[in-house]
Write a protein of this length. Structure first.
Length: 104
């Protein structure tokens, strides 16, 4: 997984490396792995969250998303993916909170 991050263009790589640090600190029970060639994090072998590089999908933004294994259910509709052009301190705090809920 770290090799996949190292292959990314600089801006995506910086976000993926920062997300890796946030995930390891906020949800240490998640195991890093690749999922369809993307960096991902799993619990009990099931992917909970992942990072899609903008470059790999030829989009104007990267994506941080959660699978259906994440415990984020809230009512009948809730977000499962977030567009990222950069990571601010506020974004990092929100991701930490989502990770805590996702693995609860």
């Amino acid at each position: 997984m770290l090799a996949k991050i190292a292959e990314m263009p600089k801006s995506d790589r910086a976000m993926a490396e920062r997300l890796h640090a946030i995930i390891k600190a906020s949800a240490p029970d998640l195991s890093p792995r690749t999922w369809y060639g993307m960096p991902a994090y799993a619990k009990d072998g099931k992917v909970v969250c992942f990072f899609q590089s903008a470059q790999n999908f030829k989009t104007r933004y990267a994506t941080f998303g959660f699978s259906d294994k994440a415990n984020l259910d809230k009512g009948a509709m809730w977000p499962t993916a977030f567009a990222l052009k950069e990571l601010t301190a506020a974004d990092e705090a929100r991701i930490r909170a989502l990770l805590t809920k996702a693995v609860s």
